[in-house]
Structure formats: C-alpha cells, structure tokens
Design a protein around this ligand. Structure first.
Ligand SMILES: Nc1ncnc2c1ncn2[C@@H]1O[C@H](COP(=O)(O)OP(=O)(O)O)[C@@H](O)[C@H]1O
Ligand SMILES: [Mg+2]
Length: 264
C-alpha cells in the first residue's frame, strides 16, 4: 500500500515492553512499536504466537502484566491507556476506536436489524434524529455492499461475508481513527475473503484509518498493511515494512513462514 501523508510528527499509538502472562504461561513478551496516523500494522505468526493477546492488551480488553500502551487523544495529548478512567476508556472505544472480531456474532447484535446495528453506534455518540440515523445507516450498508433493502433484516439471515461487512459498517460509522482487527477474514470462504479484503483496503485508504490487523495469513498482511510484526512464542521475531519482510525475510522463522505459504 502507498503510505498516506502523516498529519504531523507524532505517533497515534505506542507500545513499550508490553508483556502478558497467563499465570506462568507466556501470552506475549516485551512488544514495543509505534503506530502512525494512517498506518496499517499487521501482526502475523502461527496459532498460539501471542497475536490476540497483544491485540487485546493494545485495545485495553486485557491488562498487561507489565509494559505501557499510550494513545494520542484527539486533543493531541499522549495518554497511558491504563491510567484512563472508565468513562474515558469507554468513550474511546465508542468513538475513536473500532474492533472487528473474527466471528461477526461477537461484534454484532444478532437479534436487532442491520440498520439498528449501525445506528446504535451513532446513538451512542449522541445522534438523536431518527431520519438522519437511518439515512446514515443506509449509506453505510451501501458502502459495505449490503443491499439497503435488507436494512430491517437482522443479521441471523445474513451470510458470513455479509455479517462481516455489517460488523465493519458498525465499526466505521462513528469515524474512528484506529481500528483493531483480529483475523477479520478468518472464518470466510476464500472467494469471500478476497472481496472483503478489497473492501477493507479501500475503506482504510478512503478514511485514512490506522489499524492493527492480526492475521496468520501473510496474503492478508501483504494486501492490507504497511508494516508488520512477526511473532513466535509470544516474542517479536522480526519487524519491518511489509513488502521488505515478505520479499526478503531476515529471521529463519519468517523465511519458513514465507516459503510455506508459497508452497500452498
Ligand atoms: N485465557 C488464556 N488463558 C491461558 N492461556 C492463554 C489464554 N489465552 C491465550 N493463552 C495462551 O497464550 C499464548 C498466546 O495465545 P494467543 O494470544 O491466543 O495467540 P494467537 O492469537 O497468536 O493464536 C498461547 O500459548 C495460548 O495458549
Ligand atoms: Mg488469535
């Protein structure tokens, strides 16, 4: 991907020595990086390498055992996420951030309509006008290629790909600056994955979003990310520009990962 011009000289998110243990078991250890405005970072590695643990620590869904995660608030101040009070943290999650789960059912309300799934995020940030909310929901369904005639249907009747696109609309409608994604294409058929990736790539570019994308699929990293982190056993093995890491991997483990996908 081409890097957009960054709005100023400061990172949006900074992880310093992020470590998480589950009892004595390692989740992830000593992960440090900076994420810049408009940048997409992929976290790759085999199952159990610590990707989800890291993502959950970054997004405050999990408290790190040690280390610091800082985020640049809309006022420009860099804040330690684990020093925010509950109201500040909830506001961030509702407005500035999105979280796309691998399983759309974890990120959607399955028993309310598609329109309400998108609209209620708007209401959570203060929108009150019914017509405007419905109009915005319709426009987002359209953006994610869901027939607006389905606006009153609930997602139980949607295919996996449609559900995932609805989850994306629900997350993007409030204009977040940062979106966390855990295996966003993981549960989908290959042909559906390709379309979803195209759509994600387009939306991320159009809105200049920053994102942290966890994936075990190097093709996803290649298509979506500017930079990547390779993890194994909870440790960062290699980091760099995505094209460089994939075309010229340094660490033997990354070489193995790259060559094993080429054989597929
Ligand atoms: N809730 C948990 N309790 C105990 N161990 C866990 C828990 N979640 C993850 N782990 C362990 O932490 C390590 C990293 O897991 P995870 O972050 O889920 O990796 P990935 O997302 O790369 O598959 C694994 O060894 C896993 O078994
Ligand atoms: Mg995982």
């Amino acid at each position: 991907m081409n890097l957009p011009v960054f709005d100023d000289g400061a990172p949006l998110l900074r992880a310093s020595g992020v470590t998480r243990y589950y009892g004595t078991r390692i989740g992830c250890t000593d992960v440090s990086f900076e994420l810049w405005p408009g940048e997409v970072l992929a976290v790759v590695g085999e199952s159990g390498s610590g990707k989800t643990t890291l993502l959950n620590c970054l997004s405050t869904r999990l408290v790190p055992t040690s280390g610091v995660v800082e985020y640049r608030m809309r006022d420009g101040a860099m804040r330690d996420l684990f020093q925010l009070n509950e109201a500040e943290r909830r506001l961030l999650m509702r407005t500035d951030w999105g979280f796309v789960h691998q399983n759309p059912a974890d990120g959607l309300r399955m028993t309310v309509s598609a329109g309400a799934n998108v609209g209620e995020r708007l209401m959570a940030v203060g929108a009150r006008n019914y017509g405007a909310i419905r109009g915005e929901a319709e426009s987002w369904l359209d953006k994610v290629e869901i027939d607006t005639g389905r606006i009153d249907d609930d997602p139980r009747g949607f295919s996996g790909g449609m559900r995932q696109r609805l989850q994306i609309a629900r997350n993007l409608v409030t204009g977040p600056r940062l979106i966390f994604m855990d295996e966003p294409t993981g549960g989908l058929d290959v042909s559906v994955q390709a379309r979803l990736l195209d759509l994600l790539r387009q939306l991320v570019g159009e809105f200049g979003l920053s994102a942290v994308v966890v994936t075990h699929d190097l093709a996803v990293a290649r298509l979506l990310s500017h930079r990547m982190i390779v993890m194994r056993g909870g440790n960062v093995i290699e980091t760099g520009l995505t094209d460089q890491v994939l075309d010229d991997p340094r660490a033997p483990y990354t070489q193995l990962l790259v060559s094993s996908i080429l054989q597929v």
